[in-house]
Design a protein around this ligand. Structure first.
Ligand code: ZN
Length: 159
């Protein structure tokens, strides 16, 4: 999914997960903040590599057990990976899930499109429209919370 959508979902998680939202957002940003620049400058061949690798799962679990901040980063990171899995499956490239096993396994035919070009390629795909639904849903949640019509408040209006 697109980088802003990862951050948005982490922000939404912060509304319900009772974890510090800034650290959820940091965790959700980590995979792309680490991997995209490394691939752009040629350190690695894939745009999903070290930051997207599930081999970090034991570290994430340990971070979650040690501190609430660590748990928030781990949950944010996990949400990023989960959304990327949804994205590739929805777009008919389930074999791309193998990138989560970097460096042990890798997809046979990975997309090797830099981030800017990727956004153009991605627009109009089924996953793109899923992201549109996520953004509209987030706007509805935000609008409802600002109008005082948020969840849990079903008292009638008036004196
Ligand atoms: Zn990603």
């Amino acid at each position: 999914m697109l980088f802003p959508t990862h951050l948005l979902v982490a922000g939404l998680l912060g509304r319900t997960a009772r974890l510090p939202t800034p650290w959820l957002v940091v965790g959700a940003a980590l995979p792309d903040v680490v991997d995209k620049p490394m691939a752009t400058v040629g350190v690695v061949d894939l745009y999903h590599s070290v930051g997207h690798s599930v081999l970090w799962l034991p570290v994430a679990v340990m971070a979650g057990l040690v501190a609430r901040t660590g748990l928030a980063v781990a949950v944010g990171w996990g949400s990023h990976l989960l959304l990327d899995v949804v994205h590739v499956v929805v777009n008919g490239r389930p074999e791309s899930v193998l990138s989560l096993g970097w460096p042990v396994v890798a997809p046979a035919d990975p997309l090797a499109i830099p981030p800017g070009s990727f956004a153009v390629y991605y627009a109009g795909t089924p996953s793109f429209y899923l992201e549109v639904v996520i953004w509209v849903g987030a706007a509805v949640v935000l609008a409802r919370s600002r109008s005082g019509d948020g969840a849990g408040d079903d008292r009638p209006a008036g004196p």
